[in-house]
Design a protein around this ligand. Sequence first.
Ligand code: AMP
Length: 462
Amino acid sequence: MTLKFYNTLTRKVEEFRPINNKEVKMFVCGPTVYDYAHIGNARTFTNFDFIAKYLRYKNYKVFYLQNITDIDDKIIKKANEEKTGWDNISRKYEKIFLEDMKLLGNDAVSKYARATDYIPEIVSQVKRLIEKGIAYKISDGYYFDLSKFREYGKLAKRTSLEEDDAVSRIDENPEKRNKGDFCLLKFSKPEEPVWHTELGDSRPGWHIEDTAITEKELGQQYDLHGGAIDLIFPHHEAEIAQMEAISGKKPFVKYWLHTGFLQFNKEKMGKSKGNFWIVRDVIKKYNKQIIRFMFLSTHYRKPLEFSEESLEQAKNSLQKLNEFMLKLENCKSKSKDNIELDELLGKAKKEFENAMDDDFETHNAITVIFGFTKEINKLIAEEKLSELDIKKIKELMLSIDKIFGILETETEIPDEISRLVDLREEARKNKNFKLADELRESIKSQGYYIDDTKGMPIIKKL
Ligand code: AMP
């Protein structure tokens, strides 16, 4: 099966055909760094981490770019509240954001690009829009004249705001030519951060940073642009207007992907609503594997309800997978190679890929993995696997886990511990329970314990 996914631009599930063969240029709107990221933001970034990693699994050469909005009204407001510079705020929260991404195992991004490192590119874009008669100047900045871009609204299929739209800045000025015109370059007020540019002392508007960054790093057209659904309008719509008006090339981006919200009590989780949990707090109680598993359990475009219960469910399901991995690690089967195994492996791999190729149906992909572990568990119980078989099973599980990042992979048991476990098994067989207990204690003193409840000794880290 070839990879297909839903394109917001066409409202259709489409076959993925990158502009340049196996090369993929991908951009996802990054954070505005003025506060801690919440677990709703984390859902979006983790979903795109899965997507980028799956594309790499499919042998696409992916360049994944993400911007960091490091200048913005919210940043300035916070800096004023804390009586410090805007850059102290944005550098502090950028660092925290990057640490959070690491804590969550989101490491697929190839490059992070700060808005303020692209001021010349931003000015160049505004200048080109002025030359084309599309940008105009009023008292507080340069604006985009929407009457000059007839296709405005083609992504969102609308041209006016709705309730859940992310609106970073309200560009209101009675001098505007049209109601929806948005600011490209904002003249800095006294005491505000300022860049001395040929278009005046100013700072960038919200939408222009992304097209300036992507034009420099990816070119005027690229393959894939992502974000959560709140960014479709006006943000992504404005990006299309800016870049297509400048370049005259269409489409600016071939595939637009948008993730559903993480909700709490059926409402979008958000800072303004106060119904949010920051990543740092959630990760104190639930590790990254559990959080990632919870995200995988619901299709990326659907809303996902955040609750302690959904995390607990993820934790319980994950425990089964980790026990399976431990069982494999501990499996001492000396059987011949199993002739059925290659077929089982091939089937699981194909079904996993079919699920992922079908608009990244991660929930179905997880079901495939559980079905596969069930079959293998039977073969383990019947002692029908060789060492090579076990190696192949582990390889498949780990190749999937390179995308999902949900397994406790630090299951390598030191040789000395394995030797003690073998000696203990022998002692038990010989009914030398005193020695068996002593060996168990010795294993424990080295940070491991033996779980006998599954009919075979499973070694776990304490
Ligand atoms: P921000 O830092 O506010 O610009 O948001 C960073 C990213 O998180 C953007 O792509 C938002 O669309 C996304 N986002 C914000 N709230 C949620 C939510 N409740 N669920 C999923 N994604 C969200």
